[in-house]
Every structure is written in structure tokens, then in C-alpha cells.
Write a protein that binds this ligand. Sequence first.
Ligand SMILES: Cc1cc2nc3c(=O)[nH]c(=O)nc-3n(C[C@H](O)[C@H](O)[C@H](O)COP(=O)(O)OP(=O)(O)OC[C@H]3O[C@@H](n4cnc5c(N)ncnc54)[C@H](O)[C@@H]3O)c2cc1C
Length: 395
Amino acid sequence: MPFKPKAQATVNRRNALVGLGATAVVACTPKSTDPRKNYDADIIILGAGLAGLHAAYLLTKVGRDVVVLEANDRVGGRLFTLDHGDGFTEGGGELINTTYKRILDATSRLGLIATPNADVSNKTGYWADDQVVESKEQRRNIFAQHFNPFSEATFSIDGGAQRLPEAMAKKLPRAPILKSYIKALEVSDSLVTATDHTGRVWRAPEMICTLPFGALRQLKVNAPIPAVQKAAIARLPYVQIVQVHFRAISQFWTKDHLPADMWTDGPISQVTASRDADGMPTGLFRASIRGAGLASLYQDGGAGLYQRFRAELARLRPSTYAAIDILNVVDWTKNNHASGGAYMDWAPEQIAQWAATMGEPVGRLHFAGAHLGVTALGMEAAMESAETVCARLIK
Ligand SMILES: Cc1cc2nc3c(=O)[nH]c(=O)nc-3n(C[C@H](O)[C@H](O)[C@H](O)COP(=O)(O)OP(=O)(O)OC[C@H]3O[C@@H](n4cnc5c(N)ncnc54)[C@H](O)[C@@H]3O)c2cc1C
């Protein structure tokens, strides 16, 4: 259903009256002094990622009127499936652990299918000091360098991870408002406002902000946020990743008889092959550049990246020379103002300093998002955080 703010509904009624020749009546209609009449919804949710969409689902289920505001031109946030016509690659979250009960429940409730992933551990090549390494110990060291908590996940959603937030959004009575980049927030005793990039001010008695702190820290916020929470919003670290998505023009992995997937200790940390139902590479790949690799390959924010990436890949693996076409670059760094990074990355002692309080509501402004998960990580944490905030709001 297209969004129709309440203010706009009033204008339409006035226009109708004007059409009936009732201009004088309209001119005399007193402007409401009751702030509730000027609300855009019972609850405004910032961000149409998993946390925002799940919160919207839970709140609409109990009869609340909810509007979701999203900066991007698509829903999903850090779930981002890139369609290449003959297949897709994942730009964001993909892997679902068996413990992700909420994600698996939403997937089946919305008619999607989560399929177990093929075990690629024995289909992955390891490179250290520019050489292919064979020993278990060397492989373990490289793996440990790049280990992330999602690597034990076992399911992926058929057709791509982004199908889940898309299906969630479709079920909402009010479609999320896309391309609405919020620049400022203000919390008062009776309402919360969010001002978007066009200057439009959105008003509601309650608001849920699901922005990752890397994105929230870009906003001007006028609210009595306690100092500890302010510090967490300003400094919670996010892993910085740039991905290069590419297509193999020829099967370089059959040419050099090495596995299609790669882990390396060099600037290109990881290369992941998209695979078909039989676990065979489809020819579409995603490479992740992080850590020191960003400084060496992404030094000037993109210019020259293609050439440096190809050269580095071919240096490690000569069979890729003239055998790949770069399709897309996905930037999960601070340059991306809607994420500020890929996922949070606690530094020592920050949990003790911030975890207990950084998600506390500030008056009528509430928080959710994967960074506020307690028992879960990643996609599941986003869903969990939505349930926590909704439990507070639905009393
Ligand atoms: C490369 C990568 C790989 C990952 N791999 C996995 C994995 O395999 N398994 C796993 O479980 N998790 C993984 N994750 C993490 C997972 O994707 C996230 O934890 C989860 O999707 C976060 O959901 P969220 O709703 O909390 O935040 P987001 O998805 O970030 O949603 C926040 C939304 O707010 C919007 N927004 C930001 N700023 C503004 C603004 N100013 N105004 C309006 N809207 C704004 C954003 O556009 C976004 O849509 C990965 C993430 C990345 C980036």
C-alpha cells in the first residue's frame, strides 16, 4: 500500500472542500494543537534491514500503525543479493546457522526455502606468502586470521538472502518508504522526530532506530543520551570490507587444478565461489578485501581497484590472468554511510563498558539492530533485537 502521511490526508480533504467551493470554511479550520493528530504513525522505524522489518511485523500484528523509513532504494540493508542475470552473488549476510531459529521460522513462514550448504572445507585452497600451502597447521593459521563467527553456518536462502527482507516487507500493511535518508533526530517529552534529506520531518510518539552505530553516528541527534551510550555510538568498531564480484570467463580452477574457493594471508583475504545444487562452481565469485588489503588495493577509494585486484589475483593464481570479468564492487566501509562497516567487531573491554547500556531507550527513542543481539549474532541477532524492543513497546 503506498504511504499516505496523515498530514497529506488532511490536505486532500481540504482540497476536496475547496473543490466544493468551501474555501472560506477551510481557511477557518483551526490547526490542531494536539500533537497526536500530526503523527505520521504510532511508531516510526528507521531502517528496513532485518531488525526494522521484523519489528514492523511484530508491531503491526498487535494493531500498531507503523512506518519504516529506509535510506536505500531497496530493503534488506546488510542482506544484499546481486543479480547477474545467469545467477547471483551475495554482497552481505548469507550464512544461516542451525541455531538461527527466528530466521528459519521467518523463512518458512514466508514461503522461502533454506537449503543446507555444501561443505566446501575440502574445496578451498590456502595461500600463504604467495604460495599454495598444504600443511594442516599452515591452513589453520590462515583460517584463524580471517575467522568470523558466521563461518560455521549451514544454510542459505534459495534465490539469495535478500529474498527474505523483500518477503517481510511485502507483508507489511504500509510499504517501507525507500530513499528516505534520515539526517537528524530529536526527542522531546511528547514525540520523536526524524528529518530526512529533503527536509521532511517525520513525527511519532515512539521511534525505533535500527541503524548500525556506524551509520547512526553520522546523524545529528538532539536527545539526552547518557555519556556511556554516546561513546558506544561514536566508537563501536565495525569491520571494514570491500568486495569484488566477478565472473570467470574460463574455468581457471580446472586449468590449475586448484580449488575454486581461496583463503589467503594477502590483500585478497578470501574468494568465494557461488555453487550450484551439486556444489559445483557456477562461475560467479565474490572476493573480500579487508584489513591491510584495503590499504594496498583500495588506497584511493576505488580508482585503480579493478586493475590492482586483477594483478594481485593473477600474481597469486596465474590461471586467473585474462580469465575474469569484474561485475561489481560492494563497499562495506565508512564510505558507506548507511552501514559504516560490515559488522561490529568488539575491541577488548568494550563489552564490559558498553554492552549493558548501549541499547537502552532514550525517552521515546528505542534501539534495535544486530549490534544489540544478546544470545545471537548477525542475522539472528537483528531478529532477536527486534523482539526485545517490541516486548518493551507492547505492554
Ligand atoms: C559482508 C557481510 C557478510 C555477512 N555475513 C553474514 C552471515 O553469513 N551470517 C550472518 O548471520 N550475518 C552476516 N552478516 C551480518 C548480517 O548481514 C547483519 O547482522 C544483519 O543483516 C543486520 O541487520 P540489521 O537490521 O541490524 O541492520 P542493517 O541490515 O544494516 O539495516 C539497517 C538499515 O538502516 C538503513 N539506514 C542506515 N542509515 C540510515 C539513515 N540515515 N536513514 C534511513 N535508513 C538508514 C540501512 O540502509 C539499512 O537498510 C554479514 C554482513 C556483511 C556486511
